[in-house]
Write a protein that binds this ligand. Structure first.
Ligand code: ARG
Length: 292
């Protein structure tokens, strides 16, 4: 379990700036775009109207190229993908968030029409393997086990697994989790790591992260292990919860495609590189995550 520990300082740096912890595989990072520039871009380019126009433009281009790109996700993971009935997402549905917008930008660059499918997290990889979806964008962490079944793009974000407890909890560090009931979203890295480190019998799996958080509020579990950004959203939405200072594991998010689909993978990587270079990736992140 030791290798999973991360200092609070490192976690804080990642939390403040995704760009600072971004991919090391691409030479150019978005770190040189200032926050002010990013904020400007956000206002200029990401208004509701222009999003609608972009959708129309994408549709027109699709008619020409006849292509639909199907993204599979689990839209229970704010700020990366979630339902918001007050917004129109890049595929015209109410699914919004960082991954949804990145996918919208990738589809735009490819001249394709985007369709987003919202399914269970542990069905995402089977959905790719069966060919029902072209790619998965779901805050999905690159792991060796997953690499056996899918190919991953260059990474576009760094995350850490965080621990949520109640304000009055006696759990002060990851070590204190031994022997406690831990709630997780089924099939996530939080699930896999907690099971490895603390034993299957101590892990309660829920279909959605928010269900695990509800179980914590109701006293059915003692802690929840989940990615830091959704963790912050869930703590903000619920009274009486807090995050431990020590993060549990550091990881990187990437887009997954069916094993061997190098044509699509190359296009996705080119699009991600372009989003990083132009500062658009940073603008998208800044729209959903405010640096403290
Ligand atoms: N990063 C974690 C993983 O890859 C959790 C991702 C959960 N994503 C979601 N859309 N529910 O396992």
């Amino acid at each position: 379990m030791k290798k999973r520990f991360l200092t609070a300082a490192a976690a804080a740096i990642c939390a403040v700036s995704l760009a600072a912890c971004g991919s090391s595989s691409t030479g150019t990072t978005t770190a040189d775009t200032t926050a002010a520039e990013a904020a400007e871009d956000t206002t200029a380019a990401e208004g509701g109207d222009s999003a609608a126009e972009e959708t129309e433009a994408a549709e027109d281009e699709t008619e020409a190229s006849g292509g639909t790109l199907v993204m599979a996700t689990n839209a229970e993971f704010p700020p990366y993908e979630y339902h918001d009935s007050s917004q129109v997402g890049p595929d015209g549905s109410d699914i919004v968030g960082i991954d949804a917008e990145i996918a919208g930008a990738i589809a735009d660059q490819m001249g394709m029409d985007l369709v987003i499918e919202d399914i269970a997290f542990d069905s995402l990889i089977p959905e790719l393997q069966s060919g029902k979806a072209d790619f998965v964008a779901a805050g999905m962490t690159v792991t060796e086990d997953r690499l056996v079944n899918v190919d991953f793009s260059d990474t576009y974000a760094t995350a850490v697994q965080s621990v949520i407890v109640t304000n009055d909890s006696d759990i002060a560090s990851v070590d204190d989790l031994a022997g406690k009931k831990i709630g997780v979203q089924q099939g996530t890295t939080g699930d896999l790591y907690a099971t490895d480190d603390f034993g299957d019998e101590n892990v309660d799996r829920y279909p959605k992260g928010v269900d695990a958080v509800q179980a914590l509020v109701q006293g059915k579990v003692d802690a929840v292990i989940i990615d830091n950004e959704p963790a912050k959203v869930f703590v903000g939405d619920n009274e009486g919860l807090k995050l431990l200072d020590t993060a549990y594991a550091e990881e990187e998010y990437a887009i997954a495609v069916k094993k061997g689909n190098t044509e699509l993978l190359d296009q996705i990587n080119a699009a991600i590189a372009e989003l990083k270079d132009s500062g658009e990736l940073e603008s998208i992140v800044a729209k959903y995550i405010t640096a403290e």
